[in-house]
Design a protein around this ligand. Structure first.
Ligand code: ZN
Length: 286
């Protein structure tokens, strides 16, 4: 069996390349040995196993560091403008929405920059997936995904009614600050960064070990990062919905590529954001 974690030396030009590639990227000769395996990486964007490993760790390890960094930066800017601690505390108390927005937007931008630095010159592999017209399939698939997860949430809220989402209040304050900024973040930036971390990173890395492990791994991780507490039974009730989302996006990525899974994620979040904004603007103003 071919080891998918070890670079292959091209028999024709002698240069090293990723063993999951269909052909040598240097001279174009076919990777015959790879074709003996049943597992295809042709539709997805393998950027190298080491890069994939670090992309997979971005959320789990680096996100906290990025948030602390952005938070320190915001506090530093506020302190240098306002001068003393009491004024900074007062500003934060009055501008929770601005703070929440810049904290999530800023740390996702930092994560994106780190992800681009990790992928580096292999970034065109990701962009290439948009050349496949099947990326548009992500739109109907994203709608289907949203219907199923919404159905699950409705079911979960029927079992345990009266439980509100911990995020709801924070979200309202962000909308008060910048509805457009929120839409850009939730519809474009967050899905792009998440698709890079979970599909290009975690899924592709685990697929080198075994495709089934890739699906199970991403489903569990995607479900768990959306939980606020692992001991709260209510949170576990919502787990299957998120795990399904992780599985569905992985399937779309696996079959149609990064362009399609990004479009599905964008569509899913886009409709949710549209509904949120509609009820926000239609609702009573504080
Ligand atoms: Zn070659």
């Amino acid at each position: 069996m071919v080891n998918l974690f070890k670079s292959k030396v091209c028999p024709q030009c002698g240069k090293k390349f990723d063993p999951v590639s269909a052909s040598c990227p240097h001279c174009g000769c076919e990777n015959v040995e790879r074709n003996n395996r049943e597992i295809s990486f042709d539709k997805i964007s393998p950027v190298g196993h080491i890069q994939e490993f670090f992309l997979a760790l971005l959320q789990l390890v680096f996100m906290k560091i990025a948030m602390l960094g952005v938070q320190s930066l915001i506090v530093y800017v506020l302190y240098s403008k306002l001068g003393d601690q009491a004024s900074v505390a007062a500003w934060v108390g009055e501008n929770g929405g601005a703070l929440n927005f810049w904290l999530s937007f800023g740390s996702d931008l930092v994560i994106l920059a780190v992800a681009i630095a990790i992928i580096n010159r292999k970034f065109p592999i990701i962009l290439k997936s948009f050349k496949n017209p099947k990326f548009a399939l992500g739109i109907p698939l994203g709608i289907a995904m949203l219907l199923i997860t919404t159905f699950w949430s409705a079911f979960a809220s029927q079992i345990m009614p009266g439980e509100t989402n911990a995020n709801a209040e924070g979200l309202m304050s962000i909308l008060d600050y910048s509805p457009i900024g929120y839409a850009l973040f939730a519809v474009i930036l967050a899905p792009f960064v998440e698709e890079i971390m979970y599909r290009v990173g975690l899924f592709t890395f685990l697929k080198r070990i075994h495709p089934a492990l890739a699906y199970v791994g991403v489903g569990i991780v995607f479900g768990m990062i959306h939980m606020h507490s692992l001991t709260d039974p209510v949170e576990w009730l919502y787990f299957p919905g998120y795990a399904f989302g992780g599985l569905a996006l992985s399937f779309i990525y696996d079959k149609f590529g990064f362009g399609a899974s990004f479009m599905a994620h964008l569509t899913n979040n886009g409709i949710s954001v549209l509904l949120t904004l509609m009820s926000y603007f239609a609702g009573p103003k504080a």
